[in-house]
Design a protein around this ligand. Sequence first.
Ligand code: F6R
Ligand code: ZN
Length: 189
Amino acid sequence: MDSPKIGGIACVDWSTGSLVGPNARESVKTLGQMRGLFQNQNEFERMDLNTIIYRVQWLAPVPDGTEGGLFWGTTVIEPGRVGDEYFMTHGHFHAKRDRAEYYGCLEGKGMLIMMDTARRTWAECMEPGSLHYIPGNVAHRVANAGETQLKLTACWPSDAGHDYAAIRQEGFGARLLARNGESVLVPTR
Ligand code: F6R
Ligand code: ZN
């Protein structure tokens, strides 16, 4: 797509969520950056740590931490597994715990895994068109349970921030694993 010719802060390809324009920022997460997050450490070490697990593009029209603003982003998660566990995002609570978020699935198939502060964990199916409201005080992660890329779009408050440490230390209360060709949410303990 060429640079935006219409008004607004960027151009969105609504079929893929792809953002185009000078304001769009991008980050890439490789397998190596996700050490310790997948269950099967042996399988993890056998894989190419440069494998791209997901990419995020986002728009931050106000500085990070601004009260009252909104951010917008698109995440593309590659298909694949570490052992039985599907490729997934790191997952986080918002640093300001009570900040909520919308996720919408554009393409692919997977699960939005959510966990409250008491570690109760549940999941919602993501498929093209599904819209998900993530309440405040709920950690969130997406796993790609399909054979193709999973593309989702998100909108969250600009003062939400991200607390990754809590997930790095304790993980979620359940993992999305492949069992006999099905994806199953399996409690961790
Ligand atoms: C923002 C948000 C998403 C994620 C993205 C990557 O609050 O939830 O934009 O940041 O899907 O996941 P993480 O941040 O867990 O690596
Ligand atoms: Zn979030």
